[in-house]
Design a binder for this molecule. Structure first.
Ligand SMILES: [Zn+2]
Length: 231
């Protein structure tokens, strides 16, 4: 009775290790995927920023062209002005027009530099994302190989688990499975004298004697593990 249960526990411990490795591989797959998506997002955001700045630069160029036409017109008005009051007003309007053209020229130069910088950055990120794509593809292939190798052990180990569990009495298997969910490494432990070897809680003498006589498995009142009398 105890032997079958201990055999099951030993197997469950090995199975748990396989399951843990499988879960770690899946976590690694998720991380690889997230890294890949983050890089692609960065690249696409950089491309959008470069395109937006390029469009802004074109808008500025249009406004600059219009401001230059307007300045030429004001200069013509100034040249044609004869009376002093007209000349004074025209000169002021030409000055204002020059300031507008100069401000737009400055804005255009700044935007052109920004456009170049952003396009460069977008290019770099696209290249990095493409390189990462290649690296990720080979990392994923290696991961798939590992997962497949692990599956070859996991499948039979799960089948074996069912076979070993069938050897354990149902009224023992259910409590075992319940305890194991909380304490996967140590659901069944030997007694040390009249005490639980996991938590040291001592069993009442009478109950201990009955347990020994009946070679029963008992639940520890201290920590809830299944106890068996060690030889
Ligand atoms: Zn205990």
């Amino acid at each position: 009775m105890v032997a079958a249960l201990l055999q099951l526990q030993a197997h469950d411990t090995a199975l748990l290790e396989l399951e843990t490795r499988a879960a770690a591989l899946e976590a690694r797959r998720a991380t690889l995927h997230a890294d890949r998506v983050a890089l692609e997002q960065q690249a696409s955001q950089a491309r959008a920023a470069a395109e937006a700045e390029q469009k802004r630069h074109r808008d500025i160029a249009l406004r600059l062209a219009a401001a230059r036409v307007e300045l030429d017109r004001r200069v013509a008005v100034q040249d044609a002005a004869e009376r002093l009051a007209e000349v004074t007003a025209a000169v002021a309007r030409v000055e204002e027009g020059r300031r507008a053209v100069s401000a737009l020229e400055h804005e255009s130069a700044t935007s052109r530099k920004r456009t170049t910088d952003l396009a460069h950055r977008a290019q770099q990120l696209a290249a990095r994302s493409a390189a990462a794509g290649v690296a990720h593809a080979s990392a994923l292939a290696a991961l798939d190989t590992e997962v497949a190798a692990l599956a070859e052990s996991l499948g039979p180990a799960r089948t074996m688990r069912a076979a070993l569990a069938a050897n354990v009495a149902a009224d023992l298997l259910a409590p075992y499975d319940r305890v194991r969910r909380k304490r996967p490494q140590e659901a069944v432990v030997p007694m040390r004298g009249p005490a639980c070897s996991a938590c040291d809680t001592a069993m009442p003498m009478q109950r201990h004697r009955e347990m020994l006589a009946a070679t029963r498995i008992e639940v520890c009142e201290g920590c809830g593990v299944l106890l068996y009398a060690s030889a």
